[in-house]
Every structure is written in C-alpha cells, then in structure tokens.
Design a protein around this ligand. Structure first.
Ligand code: DC
Length: 210
C-alpha cells in the first residue's frame, strides 16, 4: 500500500484547498471524496430518484457502473461512463448530497473504491471519514476545522448557495461513519489563518512526524 495522508473536516473549512496544495507540494495524487458523493447525488437527481428514499437510492446505485481510478496523477470518476464532475457544485447537489451520503450502501461502494486507490499511488485524500473509516491506519491525519460563521461567509464569498449548517448537522449525526475527528488526527483551526498558514502548519507537522 502507498502512503496516505488523510484530511477531514466540515464544509468550507478550507480542507480542499489545503489538501490540493499539500498533494502538489509532495507530488502525491489529490483525491476529493466529497466530489464522489456529489457525483452520485447529481446522477440520482438526473435519473429522477427521490434522494430522501434510502431504498430507492440503494436500488439505483446497485445498478450503476461505478469507475474510480487514477490516470496521470488525476482521479477519474465515472457513473455509467458519464463524467459528473462539471455538475457537482450545482445548488441542487449541495442541497441533497448529505441525504445521499447517509445511505449506508452508497458509503460502502464509495469507501471501497477510495481504499482501492491506495494500491496505485501515494495519496492526499480529503473528506469526512478518511482518518476514521477509509484509512484508519493512514500515515498522517489532519482535521481542519473553522468557526461555523467563518465557514458560512467563505461559501457565500465563493458565490455558492449552500446550507452549511444543515449539511453539518446531517453529516455529523448520521448513523454510518459520521463526521468526527480521529483521536490521532492533528487539529488545525483555520478560522483566523490564511490558506498558506494552514498549509505551512500541516507541512511542518508532516516533517516533524516523518
Ligand atoms: O467535502 P464536500 O462538502 O464537497 O462534501 C459533500 C458532502 O459529501 C458532505 O456534505 C458530506 C459528504 N461526504 C461524506 O459523507 N464523506 C466523505 N468522505 C466526503 C463527503
């Protein structure tokens, strides 16, 4: 198995930007698992599946061909041969993704795809359950947090309609692998830090622990 750096945290904590920059710095492959849950959500909405109906979600996903691999240092994700990535930031996806991510079968499928990527490359993987469930033995774990008010402002600044508080509540209270900080994750509160400061703290921690 290759080296895995796990980065978890709530919505708009800054973890995506930080994870991407750490991956670039180390020459590792960046994997955004939130984008996979978003991709499945978009695909279900396109098919007209009621995302509040867990049985209907499971049935549709069981029939889907889910491809997940690394090509030229990039994560490739396809559903029935379609690339959903251009649509994953749509407002309707923001609204429904936590519902879809709480369906145990969806998590089972995506977690196993995420785990298989470590057979092919060194990874910086970000999400909600990477250090707790996907790679509990990851080489390094980070939990990036920020004040909820700061996070809501950041998302607004990105011009996105996103109900962060609602998503946080569902993500943290769901039965299957809720968002929690792994006991051995290094906590960085990004509320008053720039991205550069968060990245440099993370890299400093990595160099101390390696
Ligand atoms: O990181 P993000 O905001 O793009 O993630 C979108 C949603 O996907 C988030 O509300 C919760 C879910 N998610 C998850 O349940 N597990 C992950 N590993 C990543 C994301």
């Amino acid at each position: 198995m290759h080296t895995v750096i796990a980065i978890d945290g709530p919505a708009a904590s800054g973890k995506s930007t930080v994870a991407r920059q750490i991956a670039e710095h180390l020459g590792y492959t960046y994997v955004n698992t939130g984008a996979m849950y978003r991709a499945v959500t978009w695909w279900l909405l396109e098919k007209g599946v009621d995302t509040s109906d867990a049985a209907a979600v499971e049935k549709a996903v069981r029939q889907a061909r889910v491809e997940c691999r690394i090509e030229k240092g990039e994560t490739i994700f396809r559903l029935d041969g379609v690339d959903p990535m251009p649509h994953v930031r749509d407002a309707r996806v923001n609204d429904k993704v936590s519902q879809v991510a709480s369906v145990p079968y969806v998590r089972e499928v995506l977690v196993s795809k995420q785990q298989s990527l470590a057979g092919h490359a060194d990874l910086v993987m970000e999400g909600r359950d990477i250090g707790t469930v996907v790679f509990p033995k990851a080489h390094s774990k980070f939990f990036i947090d920020a004040d909820p008010v700061v996070r809501a402002k950041r998302r607004q600044g990105q011009g996105e309609a996103d109900v962060i508080a609602k998503r946080d509540k569902i993500d943290s209270s769901r039965k299957t692998s809720p968002l929690t900080r792994a006991a051995d994750a290094y906590l960085i509160d990004s509320s008053t830090l720039s991205i550069e400061e968060v990245v440099s703290r993370a890299l400093e921690h990595l160099s101390k622990s390696s």
